[in-house]
Write a protein that binds this ligand. Structure first.
Ligand code: ADP
Length: 623
C-alpha cells in the first residue's frame, strides 16, 4: 500500500486546528492518553464479555517514553485493542467524529479563542500535528497477526504499510517539531498528565533517564539510570467514599472526564445499596455543552459495570432533557456483556435511571435555595428543564419547581411557587403571555387590564414556552392561562363590562362587516386600558407564534387560524366611531384598529401600502 491522500476535510481541519489551538498545544497529550484509555477499555471489556478474547491476558497500561539519546522523539504506547489496516484508514484518514465536525464549524467564529470552549471538544488525534512534523502509528489489533505502520506529516496525506509488532496495542511515535520540543521534558509531561489524565482508570508510566554523579574530583562519574514511574493516580474516584474526597479531587476528576478547563457548577455523588447496588457521580458544567442543541450531541455520562467501562455513547442512561449532565454510572448488578438493546430494556438500568433522575431533581431543588448560584444554572439550563416538563410526565411536578420565568412583577427569574404566593385573593389562575420578543410582550396591550388590576403575568419569551406552557395546565391545582387566548379574559369580566358589551354591539357588527373574513370574530374587550384594540386567538386555536413555529418545523398544511379582534369600549376612538355616521370613515377606522393590533403583536401587515393610504385618508379628515 502506498501513499494516500486524506479526505479533503481532514486537510482543512488540520490547517485550522493547528493554527487555532496553537497556544493550547499541550492538549495533544490529553487526546492521545484518552485514545489509549478508550482502547484499553475496549479490550478489557472484550476479554470479559466475548468468548473469543477470553484467552488474552493483559495488564492494561499506558507508557510515555522520553528518548534521551534522540531528543526529538516522544513515544506513547498502550496495550489496548489496537487497529488493523481498515481501522486505520477509517479512523485516522477521515473525520469520524461529530465533535470534530462541530469544532470545525465553530472555528469560523471568534469563539474558538476562548480556551474553555476548546476544552469541550475532543479534537482528537490530529492535534499531534501541532507538536510533531512527522508521526508514526505502529499498531496491531488484538486477536490478529499482522501489525501496521501508519505515517504522516499531517500535510500531504499518509502512508500505510504492514510492519511487524510484537504485541497488540498502539504505539504513537512523535517526531517533535520546534513547538513540540517543550514537551521533551519529564516535568512538563508529568504535570500535563496529572492535569488532564490523573483519574484515567489505568496506570500511566513515564520512562526517563535519571542522571546523577558519583565520586569526587577527577573520579567524578556521571551515572545514567533508566527509570520508570507511574505518574497518575489511576483510581476509580467515584468508588472512593465521600468523606475521603475533597472538592479539588472532584473538580480534577471532572476536568479529566470532560476536558473542561473550568470547575463544575454542581456535583452529586451517590452510592445506592439495597435492591440495586450502584454508584453515580454527576456534574453540571458551568457552561452548557456546545452541542446541547444538536441532535447528534455527545452523551456526557459513562456507564461502568463493576469498574469496567462499558460505554460513553449511550444516550438512554439519562432522559434526553438531562443531556447536559456529565459523569459516571457504575453498576454492581448489570452483566458485563450488556448490549445496547439489553440496556434499554433492562430492569436494573431502568431502576438506576429512574432513581438517578429523582435524585438529580431533588438535589437541584436544594441547590435552588442559593438564588445567586441557581440563577447561573437557569441561565444555562432553563430550556432543557422545560423540555422535561413536556416529556417527563412522572417528574413534571418536580420539574415545575425548577423552571423559571420572567414576570411583570419581579426583576430576573421567578418560580411558579413564588408566583402562586403573590396571587391576589380572588385571582383565578396564573397568567402568562408567550411570544419571541420580551420587550414586545411587556408592551402588549393584552397586559393592560392585568397591570391596572395589579395581577402578575409571566412573560414567556423562550421559543419552547409556546409548546410547553400550554402543557403545564395546572400548578398545584391552579390553572395556568394564556392571556393571548380568548378564554383568559372571562376571569376579568365585571357586570359593568357586560353592560358596555351590549351597548357597542351595533358598532362591533359594523367592524365585523368591514373586516370580512380577516377575523374570526370582533368582541368587546374587558382587558384593554390604554389601547383601542388587540388581537387574541380562540381558546382552541394555536397562537400566531405557535403557527409560525410549526411552519418553521416543516408543517405546511395548517388550516388558517384567524384572530379575534377585541375592541376597547372605553377608548376615545371607539366612542367616536360609535357616534359617527360617516360609514367610510368607520370602515377605514375598523381596518386601522385591526392593523395596529396585528403590528403590536409583531405580525406582518398583509398590505402595508393599503394601510398607509387608509391612514392618510383618516388623517386628512381629522386635520
Ligand atoms: P476520537 O478518539 O475522539 O474518536 P481521534 O481522532 O482521537 O477521535 O481518534 C479517531 C479514532 O482512531 C478513535 O475513535 C479510535 O477508533 C482510533 N484510535 C485512536 N487512537 C487509538 C489507540 N491508541 N488505539 C486504538 N484505536 C485508536
Amino acid at each position: 500500500m502506498g501513499k494516500k491522500k486524506f479526505k479533503t476535510e481532514v486537510d482543512q481541519l488540520l490547517h485550522l486546528l493547528i493554527h487555532s489551538l496553537y497556544s493550547h498545544s499541550e492538549i495533544f497529550l490529553r487526546e492521545l492518553i484518552s485514545n489509549s484509555s478508550d482502547a484499553l477499555d475496549k479490550l478489557k471489556y472484550l476479554t470479559v464479555a466475548d468468548e473469543s478474547y477470553k484467552n488474552i491476558t493483559f495488564e492494561p497500561r499506558v507508557d510515555i517514553i522520553l528518548d534521551e539519546e534522540n531528543h526529538k522523539v516522544l513515544t506513547l504506547s498502550d496495550n489496548g485493542i489496537g487497529m488493523n489496516d481498515k481501522d486505520l484508514e477509517e479512523s485516522l484518514g477521515t473525520i469520524a467524529r461529530s465533535g470534530t465536525k462541530n469544532f470545525l464549524n465553530q472555528l469560523s467564529g471568534d469563539e474558538v479563542k476562548d480556551s474553555n470552549l476548546i476544552g469541550q471538544f475532543g479534537v482528537g488525534f490530529y492535534s499531534v500535528f501541532m507538536v510533531a512534523d512527522k508521526v508514526e502509528v505502529l499498531t496491531r489489533k488484538a486477536g490478529e497477526e499482522k501489525g501496521w505502520s501508519w505515517t504522516s506529516d499531517g500535510k500531504s496525506g499518509y502512508t500505510l504499510v504492514e510492519k511487524e509488532k510484537e504485541s497488540h496495542g498502539t504505539t504513537v511515535i512523535l517526531h517533535l517539531n520546534e513547538k513540540g520540543s517543550e514537551y521533551d521534558n519529564r516535568w512538563q509531561l508529568e504535570q500535563i498528565t496529572k492535569k488532564y489524565s490523573n483519574h484515567i482508570a489505568f496506570p500511566i508510566f513515564l520512562h526517563y533517564e535519571s542522571k546523577s554523579f558519583e565520586g569526587e574530583g577527577d573520579d567524578k562519574k556521571e551515572i545514567k539510570e533508566d527509570k520508570v514511574e507511574q505518574i497518575n493516580s489511576a483510581s476509580a474516584l467515584w468508588k472512593r467514599s465521600k468523606s475521603e474526597l475533597k472538592d479539588e479531587d472532584y473538580n480534577e476528576f471532572y476536568k479529566t472526564i470532560t476536558g473542561d478547563s473550568e470547575e463544575p457548577m454542581f456535583k452529586l455523588h451517590t452510592r445506592a445499596e439495597g435492591t440495586n447496588e450502584y454508584t453515580t457521580l454527576f456534574y453540571v458544567p458551568k457552561k452548557a455543552p456546545m452541542d446541547m442543541f444538536y441532535a447528534d450531541y455527545k452523551p456526557g455520562v459513562k456507564l461502568y459495570v463493576r469498574r469496567v467501562f462499558i460505554t460513553d455513547d449511550e444516550k438512554e442512561l439519562l432522559p434526553t432533557y438531562l443531556r447536559f449532565m456529565k459523569g459516571v454510572i457504575d453498576s454492581e448488578d448489570l452483566p458485563l456483556n450488556v448490549s445496547r438493546e439489553i440496556l434499554q430494556q433492562n430492569k436494573v438500568m431502568s431502576n438506576i435511571k429512574t432513581a438517578s433522575v429523582k435524585k438529580i431533581l431533588s438535589e437541584l431543588k436544594k441547590f435552588s435555595g442559593d438564588a445567586e448560584k441557581y440563577k447561573e444554572f437557569i441561565d444555562q439550563y432553563n430550556r432543557p428543564l422545560k423540555e422535561g416538563v413536556y416529556s417527563d410526565f412522572a417528574n413534571k411536578d418536580d420539574l415545575l419547581e425548577l423552571v423559571r420565568y420572567k414576570s411583570t412583577k419581579v426583576e430576573g427569574w421567578t418560580s411558579l411557587a413564588e408566583c402562586k404566593d403573590r396571587m391576589q385573593v380572588d385571582q383565578k389562575g396564573i397568567y402568562f403571555i408567550t411570544g419571541d420578543n420580551e420587550s414586545m410582550l411587556r408592551n402588549s396591550p393584552l397586559l393592560e387590564a392585568y397591570k391596572s388590576k395589579d395581577i402578575e403575568v409571566l412573560i414567556m419569551d423562550d421559543e419552547i414556552d409556546e409548546i410547553v406552557a400550554p402543557m403545564i395546565s395546572t400548578y398545584k391545582e391552579i390553572e395556568l392561562k394564556a392571556i393571548n387566548k380568548s378564554g383568559a379574559m372571562d376571569d376579568l369580566k365585571t357586570e359593568d363590562d357586560e353592560k358596555k358589551e351590549t351597548e357597542i354591539k351595533p358598532l362591533l357588527e359594523k367592524i365585523k362587516t368591514a373586516l370580512g373574513d380577516a377575523v374570526k370574530d370582533v368582541v368587546a374587550s374587558s382587558r384593554l386600558h390604554d389601547s383601542p384594540s388587540c388581537i387574541v386567538v380562540d381558546e382552541n386555536d394555536p397562537t400566531a407564534q405557535m403557527q409560525q413555529m410549526l411552519r418553521q418545523m416543516g408543517q405546511t398544511e395548517m388550516p388558517e387560524v384567524k384572530p379575534i379582534l377585541e375592541i376597547n369600549p372605553d377608548h376615545d376612538i371607539v366612542k367616536k366611531m360609535d357616534g359617527s355616521s360617516d360609514e367610510d370613515l368607520i370602515k377605514d377606522a375598523s381596518q386601522l384598529l385591526f392593523d395596529q393590533a396585528m403590528m403590536v403583536e409583531g405580525m406582518d401587515l398583509k398590505d402595508p401600502a393599503e394601510f398607509a393610504k387608509r391612514l392618510n385618508r383618516v388623517m386628512s379628515k381629522a386635520l
